[in-house]
Design a protein around this ligand. Structure first.
Ligand code: SAM
Length: 227
């Protein structure tokens, strides 16, 4: 692989990955993360992809956070909730989060990056070649009009709970799983969710709350399943 031109090195601390996700990137994956960081920084000069500009923030708030959502699938020989995963969609992918880090970590999954803003899609389309990834499929379009179904859908920072359910759950095959990446999660939201789920023939599998490893911010991942 070509060396990255970006002088800012990510804090790719192997022990931290291992301690927090029980997973470590290979040398190739580390280089792909590094090149992704460089690509986002360069594109961010002309497109608004992220407010994050430091290597540490990028590592924690984008790479680590993206992978925390699929932590149950990073453990060796794990098949959480019995779901076999191949076809994956990141809805409202923006600058490629969480879809691109997930594609790097799981090269055996086929990841569609669905994004409504054309200039962001053009950036996403440049990534397979820049990062040497063959499992990324950027797609310009709106979630509500997207006709395909998936084994796994992921949504981060696209809207409120009702909107995320509306976008994600109809795009799952029976048994498929939706991961919602959330910041704050309040107990009354369970009531909102319980009211929404029957409409989409879905159930709540798990709510995982955690703090991020460096800034100790509170985060949640919700795992929903289409029955
Ligand atoms: C705040 S950004 C979040 C991007 C990324 N998921 C992240 O966590 O950094 C929300 C993105 O969702 C996209 N978006 C909003 N509504 C959408 C829809 N209905 N279908 C597809 N993409 C949508 C926007 O264009 C925007 O890029």
């Amino acid at each position: 692989m070509m060396a990255t031109a970006n002088p800012l090195l990510l804090p790719l601390n192997a022990a931290l990955w291992q301690e927090t996700l029980h997973w470590q990137p290979s040398d190739r994956q580390q280089e792909q993360f590094q090149r992704f960081y460089g690509a986002v920084l360069r594109a961010n000069q002309s497109i608004n992809l992220t407010r994050i500009t430091t290597a540490t923030d990028f590592w924690e708030k984008h790479l680590w956070d993206s992978l925390r959502g699929i932590a149950p699938w990073l453990l060796p020989r794990s098949s959480p909730w019995g779901a076999s995963i191949q076809r994956v969609v990141d809805i409202g992918s923006g600058g490629g989060f969480p879809g691109v880090p997930v594609a790097i970590a799981r090269p055996d999954w086929q990841i569609t990056l669905l994004e409504a803003t054309q200039k962001k899609v053009r950036f996403l389309e440049s990534l397979p070649q820049q990062l040497g990834l063959s499992n990324l499929r950027p797609q310009w379009g709106r979630a509500e009009a997207h006709q395909f179904t998936y084994d796994l859908a992921m949504i981060r920072a696209v809207g409120d709970l009702a909107r995320c359910c509306q976008y994600g759950l109809p795009r799952l095959r029976p048994g498929g799983i939706l991961i919602l990446y959330r910041g704050q999660w309040t107990a009354p939201e369970v009531n909102t969710l319980n009211a929404l789920l029957p409409r989409y023939h879905s159930q709540l599998l798990d709510v995982q709350d955690f703090v991020t490893p460096l800034s100790h911010a509170q985060r949640h991942c919700l795992y929903l399943q289409r029955t």
